[in-house]
Design a protein around this ligand. Structure first.
Ligand code: NAP
Ligand code: ZN
Ligand code: ZN
Length: 347
């Protein structure tokens, strides 16, 4: 088994440090890729710090992986050495349950094999993520990445991109839709770009006044400062869809006030602690509070192809692997414009 360099969290309380992982010998349906870039998702922080519980240590985070194929198994048909490829949050699922058959592998009834902090479907072999030099993934969960995309900015499409794309598609956002995006971080900035590209009228709802100019540059038509109570009054009943990407606990009831009659607020952010929701926030206006988890493999490919056509990638700050702990600290302060992307050549 090949041993490859990586960065791992040894425990919930310790910073990430150099480590090595054993990758499996590629099977006949596996694709082996040299990781070029890996985006840094807030979920990496939640998991490396065990904020959601059940974390497996040592943990190699990273699920926004773009790389170049170096080897393929005998029965792989869609990739050859030299191709670009991507791996996101999932590396396998049962493939036979109703959600899997409906291209919603993220909701597999047997439980997904995640790209890290998880096991393969045998429930034995641990998975380790993209903060490493190499990844091995079944072809069925490997994505095609267009060579026309800027690769360092394309990596975040594998999580931040698909996670925001999927609800925009599910709630049929298009021309004339009024969309509010809450939280301008990695997910939020992709939500603004994608909703605007789909023709929606987009309002950025942020706690950071300093991000207004960027929000407009990214495609937002309007900006609402959520640290100012007057914003919630001014925008009451405005949005057909609110996409909430905040990573920390906050009052959902206040944001639901900005949802239109029959509108929906979809939670993408997963704060470590629960927040109470009052029925009055929903009944007056027949509003829905929903959640959404990444997107299926077919939908992820659809997003990557859409982004290649529209030339959309994440706005990234490229960092060397050794700066990962500092990057986590900056993300905890909302100080990222708007995704860190690790250059694995530095490992
Ligand atoms: P991020 O880059 O750190 O951005 C989060 C943004 O939330 C910040 O930039 C900030 O925006 C806002 N924020 C942070 N703390 C806040 C607070 N206390 N009150 C109000 N706003 C606050 O994070 P990310 O990578 O986009 O991830 C966001 C969340 O989505 C995380 O919880 C992550 O685990 C989750 N996630 C879910 C899925 C899914 O499938 N559902 C997939 C990926 C990630 P402003 O400065 O603009 O206010
Ligand atoms: Zn993620
Ligand atoms: Zn399944």
């Amino acid at each position: 088994m090949p041993t490859v360099k990586a960065y791992a969290a040894p425990s919930a309380a310790a910073p990430l440090a150099p480590w090595t992982v054993e990758r499996r010998e590629p099977g006949e349906r596996d694709v082996v890729l040299d990781v070029l870039f890996c985006g840094v998702c807030h979920s990496d922080i939640h998991q490396a710090r065990d904020e959601w519980g059940g974390a497996l240590f040592p943990m190699v985070p990273g699920h926004e992986i773009v790389g170049r194929v170096t080897r393929v198994g005998a029965r792989v048909t869609g990739f050859k050495p030299g191709d670009l490829a991507g791996v996101g949050c999932m590396v396998d699922s049962c493939r036979t349950c109703p959600p899997c058959r409906g291209h919603l592998e993220q909701f597999c009834q047997q439980g997904v094999a995640w790209s890290y902090n998880s096991t393969e479907m045998d429930r034995q072999r641990r998975t380790y993520g993209g903060y490493s030099k190499q990844y091995v993934c079944d072809e069925a969960f490997t994505l095609r990445v267009s060579p026309t995309l800027d690769l360092v900015g394309a990596a975040p499409l594998l999580c931040a991109g698909i996670t925001t794309w999927s609800p925009l598609r599910h709630w049929k956002v298009g021309k004339g839709s009024r969309v509010g995006v809450v939280g301008l971080g990695g997910l939020g900035h992709m939500a603004v770009k994608l909703a605007a590209a789909l023709g929606a009228e987009v309002t950025m709802l942020s706690t950071s006044a300093a991000k207004e100019a960027d929000a407009r540059r990214l495609g937002a038509h309007e900006f609402g400062l959520t640290s100012d109570k007057a914003t919630f009054k001014r925008l009451a009943g405005r949005f057909d869809l609110i996409v909430d990407t905040i990573s920390a606990p906050h009052d959902y009831n206040a944001y639901l006030g900005m949802v239109a009659v029959d509108g929906t607020m979809v939670l993408l952010g997963v704060p470590p602690a629960p927040t109470p929701v009052h029925a009055f926030s929903l009944v007056g206006g027949r509003k829905s509070l929903a959640g959404s988890l990444i997107g299926g493999i077919q939908e992820t490919q659809e997003l990557l192809d859409f982004c290649a056509e529209k030339k959309i990638v994440a706005d990234v700050e490229v960092i060397p692997m050794a700066q990962i702990n500092a990057a986590y600290e900056r993300m905890m302060k909302g100080d990222v414009r708007y995704r860190f992307s690790i250059d694995l050549a530095t490992l």
